[in-house]
Write a protein that binds this ligand. Sequence first.
Ligand code: SF4
Ligand code: MG
Length: 331
Amino acid sequence: MALLQLKQLHIAFKTYGGEVQAVRGVNLSLEKGETLAVVGESGCGKSVTAQSIMGLLPKGSAAIKQGEILFKGQDLTKLSAKKMRRIQGNEISMIFQDPMTSLNPSLTVGTQLTEGIRKHTSISASEANHKALEMLEVVGIANGKERLKQYPHEFSGGMRQRLMIAMALICKPDILIADEPTTALDVTIQAQILKLFKDIQRQTGVAIMLITHDLGVVAQLADRVHVMYAGKIVETSNRRELFYNPQHPYTKGLLHSVPRLDGSEAELEPIGGTPPDLFAPPAGCPFAPRCAYAMDVCRSHMPAETKITGTHAVSCWLQDPRAKQVFKELA
Ligand code: SF4
Ligand code: MG
């Protein structure tokens, strides 16, 4: 059984203009000890998907319309708020892009670091302190004893992100969700944090769900990848297939818009156009207005997910085996 499985997940936001279909039938599974990246432009539904797993969708405005979030076989969408709190931060943890938004500037690092473990277990203050020191060591923060007495502003950006990782891992969760964990950091620090994720995963076996728009981060960390566009997963593959054999025109576009290591930036081609309006999602392929290969069928009919290999699947009419038949009907 997968550790986490999303089945046909639909999430909508209420706004003054109507309902926005932010997530439209997402299927995804995460296995113990692996790193799964969910990649896409901002607004594609990746962060919303992550929030729904953590039970952190904004109350009142966002709702799961359909589908299941199975964690160790139990459907989180059906849990009471009380039961959900037992899972949040304990069995499933999350870290965000900007550590300062999740750290309290007026509490010591020690207090914040031990908060989670004291909430979820009945260990003594000195035991909690001991665990906090251990965690600082795991995330590479030296002088732990002194550090625990300090406040967040006394830490650099990179150190704060290490602190967030320590906070997220202190309860030994099965899953760590990291939403753009290195976006706010400079490149050198970013590389150190990515290495830290790998080391921690090797040590603890935690499964990581990585939410990112950055294919460089995917290249360094991910075992498997989902590419999301307009609330849907349009391509699923392992890391190698994504970079060496991308199939979806959107994935290819993303790869072309990344600067190359050899510095040939002249070839950088950002994808033109914008994602569709999700108040009224298109009937056909959501990428059609931006796609150089779009055909009539793309605009009227949704492509089905088609397997390329055992680990690689794409939703695009260029690969859909129904194409011949549907073209004939449309002609
Ligand atoms: Fe382009 Fe059509 Fe494939 Fe969509 S289904 S990505 S429009 S070719
Ligand atoms: Mg986001």
